[in-house]
Design a protein around this ligand. Structure first.
Ligand code: ZN
Ligand code: ZN
Length: 275
């Protein structure tokens, strides 16, 4: 993970967090020099990258875009319908949603590498894909990444939601604040939980540490599964007096019945020369 913090992480943020990843200047220089000198390779298929991107055009095209989806929660739907069943009975607390991709191959493998294997190269690729996917429906006044509990942050070294939010903020010219939301308590992993258990797991897990002056905030996360985490973040911000909360995530997990349409994730090639 010594190669990439600078390429995603040089946006001036509100209250820059303490760096938990120590990158030696020599290693950072070596990685940057390697990216400059060597032609980029696709980190999915290891073929030639496209332009300066570490992703080839073929792999970029294989990302599944979230075109037909619920207008409130971005759940991928089999046919154009304004709202999914869940949102018809119990709409989420946020106002608008922007989730450009479906969580499917090869995005899921890139995300796994970014989140669990410390690959900031995968994070760079994901951020580039998000930036080139279009523009948000409405521009907020502030971006707020979903926070990690400090114990998880120490373990991982960085907050993947914040890394993505940094790129978005820089690209869209928006301020970013990491110190608005905090984890009031650590939560267990959401991965194996169903929707109801996820909602219970994150209840009272977040707190507003500082009420932002901006009245329109977008919360940024990497992957939206049931939306329980984003809903809890939205609830506390609205309760603190924020007038409008939108949610942005890179990818939305399809409902169990929809997952068959996505290719099953396989392993990516072993870590490339630029990680
Ligand atoms: Zn490729
Ligand atoms: Zn919905």
């Amino acid at each position: 993970m010594s190669d990439g913090r600078r390429s995603i992480g040089n946006l001036p943020a509100v209250g820059e967090p303490r760096r938990l990843v120590r990158v030696s200047p020599f290693k950072a220089w070596l990685a940057a020099a390697g990216r400059f000198v060597l032609p980029p390779r696709c980190i999915v298929c290891e073929g030639p990258g496209s332009g300066s991107r570490e992703l080839c055009d073929g792999c970029r095209r294989s990302l599944v875009t979230n075109v037909v989806s619920c207008s409130r929660c971005a759940l991928p739907l089999p046919a154009t319908t304004p709202l999914c069943g869940q949102c018809q009975t119990k709409p989420p607390p946020w106002h608008d949603v922007w989730v450009p991709f479906v969580y499917a191959w090869p995005l899921d493998a890139l995300e796994s590498r970014f989140k669990f294997s410390g690959s900031l190269a995968a994070g760079r690729v994901l951020a580039t894909c998000w930036l080139s996917s279009g523009v948000p429906p409405v521009m907020p006044g502030l971006l707020v990444p979903v926070p990690l509990h400090v114990s998880r942050l120490r373990q991982r070294g960085y907050n993947q939601a914040q890394e993505l939010a940094r790129s978005l903020a820089r690209h869209l010219g928006l301020p970013l604040a990491h110190d608005v939301l905090g984890r009031a308590r650590a939560t267990g992993a959401q991965t194996e939980l169903d929707a109801a258990a996820r909602a219970t797991n994150v209840r009272a897990a977040f707190a507003v540490k500082r009420v932002p002056v901006q009245k329109h905030v977008a919360i940024v996360d990497d992957v939206m599964t049931t939306g329980a985490t984003l809903a809890e973040c939205a609830r506390v911000l609205l309760a603190a007096g924020v007038a409008r909360v939108d949610v942005w995530a890179l990818a939305r997990t399809p409902s169990p019945g929809q997952r068959g349409v996505s290719k099953v994730a396989g392993p990516l090639p072993s870590q490339g020369r630029r990680g």
